[in-house]
Design a protein around this ligand. Structure first.
Ligand SMILES: [Zn+2]
Length: 610
């Protein structure tokens, strides 16, 4: 439901000259629809990390413009710095934040990469989720040999760039570009100052696990007396008493009995699986895409488990927090709360809020702000600091400042009553539909999770969730309808002196009319869905609230009728005969279906009110 939003975190090979950095960030900020979030210059590393966000087209343009500017200003043949680097615009990650799929984001990086290659003559390597081959996923592997080794590397067939010339560009080097997931920096606080307790839990959580021990490992595994080692003819599993004669036997055992890949685990711990002898036996942690360590934070006077979640779709904040609560309890500890460092994507916090509502047996069909507040409370995000949703959540749905729906109710009614033609019947129809959906949701939430409501809870929870989505869509239509009308008016005021002008004006007005038809048509469809669910709500809802449900159905019906009036009046002046016919048919179908629903609802109501 939220706007499409992508974050970029490019690293440029300039950390000393503020003027150069400023010119690059200016090129980003010059693109409308892009917001520069952070600029983090590092003089020691001689590189700068920039963070910006925006919608897909804006981000695409800003990415290209910043790479172009970096190519103009940075000469890699003079660059020296301790951090590994391969080019002026060294690495350019694209991160889908909300309303964009990974696939859409990958397609977008390829468009940018092609343009950088073609127009700027800079070789581009695609990495992470954009990588065409597995050996190109890892940034460190692509960057090994660095700028200085690139002239030779680029000639090798396996290192032919994905876009741009397969030829060394001495001034700009190469750019590594690709899609990765949002990294959530998430810390969990414990009621202790002992960093070791936090470390003990961190090792249970993190993907790369820990060294296996023996003797007195419960409840604090780190207190275990002996660290197991791999030896010739002796390869313990570590989770149980199994000992392989060869490492292959143990690899097979781990796969069969415990379902994990020991080769991957050893490699993640920097151990060569072919020659593990002498190294500690490793056992895996509980969560993939999870890195964790324990430390003491003087500022908060408590120990923390400091966690990086590299794919929250796989391992979420609530997954690790709930597991940590169990692990802490087993060790006689208490989780006092948790902390998000920096920003968090809206979908991540929303999912967490829904998870906790469901844990409590509550419906997730409540306003978005209630869901997010539940997440903040349940994670205990205000334990050691402030957490303001508006400042910390990326991709939070919001209305423009001058939106009608941001007005006070009395002011809105006054605005309707003035001589200006918008907001008019179209916006009011959308508002009626939104109120219908809201009333339906209210009846669900009043009824569900009360004594004796178990048999209908599931039906009503699902209904409430759908009604909340419909409510949000209909609220959006209130402003869309007014905007469509204003766009049409603007087209009608275009000049009409020459034939060419007349033609342009005619086409713009026709296009405006089609939009002014499509928006109320969509509103009517949303109202019909609201009406359909209203029938379910009235059948299963609390009889004491039946009239609330009935009022919701009536206003949703008004919303549908009003929307269709608006479709029809705008349809009259459209010249495209067959399109007009098709829309008219859709309208009469919608009206019939809605009338049937309303009749059924009125029948139930009159039986109940008798
Ligand atoms: Zn085992």
């Amino acid at each position: 439901m939220s706007e499409p939003l992508i974050e970029c975190v490019p690293n440029f090979s300039e950390g000393k000259n503020p003027d150069v950095i400023k010119q690059i960030t200016n090129a980003i900020e010059a693109v409308e629809g892009v917001k520069l979030l952070f600029v983090d210059p590092g003089a020691d590393m001689h590189r700068t990390v920039v963070t910006f966000i925006g919608g897909p087209p804006a981000v695409k343009e800003a990415a290209f413009q910043s790479i172009k500017k970096a190519a103009e200003l940075i000469d890699m043949s003079r660059h020296k710095g301790p951090h590994p680097r391969i080019g002026a615009a060294d690495v350019f990650p694209f991160i889908p934040v909300s309303g964009v799929t990974v696939e859409e984001c990958v397609a977008l990086t390829k468009q940018v990469a092609r343009r950088v290659g073609d127009e700027l003559g800079i070789p581009v390597y695609l990495y992470e989720k954009s990588a065409p081959q597995p050996h190109r996923q890892n940034l460190a592997v692509i960057r090994s040999g660095e700028y200085e080794g690139l002239a030779d590397k680029i000639k090798r067939p396996e290192w032919k760039p994905d876009f741009g010339p397969a030829q060394f560009n001495p001034r700009s080097g190469a750019t590594v570009m690709g899609v990765r997931e949002f990294l959530i920096a998430y810390n969990i606080n414990l009621n202790t100052r002992q960093a070791k307790y936090a470390t003990d839990i961190a090792f249970e959580l993190r993907q790369r696990g820990r060294s296996a021990r023996k003797g007195n490992t419960d409840p604090i595994y780190l207190w275990g007396e002996e660290i197991l080692k791999y030896k010739q003819n002796h390869y313990p599993c570590g989770l149980d008493d199994f000992v392989g004669k060869t490492i292959e036997q143990t690899i097979e055992h781990c796969r069969q009995e415990h379902g994990y890949d020991l080769i991957e685990l050893l490699e993640a711990n920097g151990i060569n699986p072919k020659t593990p002898e002498g190294a500690s036996v490793k056992i895996p942690g509980k969560f993939p895409h999870c890195k964790a360590i324990g430390w003491f934070v003087p500022q908060y006077d408590c120990a923390q488990i400091s966690i990086n979640l590299t794919d929250y779709h796989v391992t979420s904040m609530h997954d690790v927090l709930e597991e940590t609560r169990l692990l802490a309890d087993h060790r006689g500890l208490v989780v006092t709360g948790s902390e998000i460092v920096g920003m968090v994507p809206y979908p991540a916090l929303l999912e967490t809020g829904k998870f906790y509502l469901k844990q409590q047996g509550r419906s997730a069909g409540v306003p978005i702000s209630d869901i997010l507040n539940t997440a903040v409370q349940s994670l205990g995000l205000r334990d050691v600091g402030e957490f303001q949703i508006e400042n910390r959540v990326l991709g939070l749905p919001h209305n423009p400042e001058n939106a009608l729906v941001e007005m006070k109710l009395a002011d809105f009614i006054d605005e309707v009553s003035r001589e200006s033609p918008a907001p008019g019947g179209g916006s009011i129809s959308a508002l009626a539909g939104a109120l219908g959906a809201a009333l339906g949701s209210m009846v669900c939430n009043i009824t569900a999770h009360q004594r004796g409501s178990q048999s209908v809870d599931k039906i009503l929870n699902e209904a409430a969730e759908k009604l909340q989505d419909l409510k949000c869509a209909l609220v959006k239509s209130i402003d869309q309808d007014a905007k469509a009308f204003n766009d049409y008016l603007r087209a009608s005021r275009l000049p009409q002196q020459s034939d060419h002008q007349k033609q342009t004006r005619f086409q713009a007005m026709q296009q405006g009319l089609k939009t002014a038809v499509n928006i109320p048509l969509e509103t009517a469809q949303l109202c019909l869905q609201t009406l359909e669910i209203a029938e379910t709500v009235i059948r299963h809802g609390n009889p004491a609230s039946i009239t609330d449900g009935a009022v919701g159905a009536q206003v949703a019906f008004v919303g549908l009728k009003g929307s269709i009036y608006n479709v029809l009046i705008n349809l009259k002046d459209i010249k495209d005969e067959s399109w007009r016919h098709q829309i008219r048919q859709q309208c009469s179908q919608l009206e019939n279906q809605a009338q049937n629903r309303l009749n059924a609802i009125e029948k139930i109501i009159s039986e109940n009110l008798r």
